[in-house]
Design a protein around this ligand. Structure first.
Ligand SMILES: [Zn+2]
Length: 173
């Protein structure tokens, strides 16, 4: 049996109108997506879904912290994060002609939708390109050196992306 994402919403059984979904997102969510920048996460996700006969309007809200490496001292940093994303699924069977990324076509016969990808997008868009500790919070030892840190760990580990790719294939077969 294919593994069903926990962020899949079986909307066919829902009445028209508003429904709320709550998720906790941690490190495995990012490991599954081969995201090597996010080492850990403690995020709360709320999805407000508004169902109508022709479309689903979803409002995704994420808040919490993600652990990334500080761009200045290269030590772990718990970065506070807050983000919103609106995603509209129309039962058209194809993507609309407009290049509005907010609107996605959904098979008219579909009965569920996996929001994992959109939740991930929402988190990544909320993460600025440069992430640094608050002033004075950087590792003082590392801060003295301008050399980029080059940890020797993990060099022998297999590329985790291959594993993720295999898992993805398994899910789809
Ligand atoms: Zn730092």
């Amino acid at each position: 049996m294919p593994i069903r994402s926990e962020h899949t919403i079986a909307f066919s059984g829902l009445k028209d109108g508003r429904h709320d979904f709550h998720y906790a997102v941690g490190a495995p969510f990012f490991q599954d997506r081969s995201d090597e920048e996010v080492h850990d996460a403690d995020l709360r996700v709320t999805v407000e879904l508004d169902k109508s006969p022709s479309m689903l309007v979803t409002l995704i809200h994420v808040s919490g912290t993600v652990q990334v490496d500080c761009d200045h001292c290269n030590t772990p940093l718990d970065f506070p994060l807050e983000g919103d994303q609106r995603q509209i699924f129309r039962f058209t069977g194809q993507d609309p002609d407009s290049d509005d990324e907010e609107i996605v076509g959904l098979d008219p016969h579909a009965h569920e939708v996996d929001l994992g990808h959109y939740i991930y997008e929402c988190v990544r868009l909320a993460l600025p390109i440069r992430r640094v500790h608050a002033p004075g919070q950087c590792d003082p030892e590392v801060e003295l050196s301008d050399e980029p840190a080059s940890p020797n760990e993990d060099t022998d580990a297999p590329d985790p992306r291959w594993k993720a790719l295999e898992a993805l294939k398994d899910q789809r077969s």
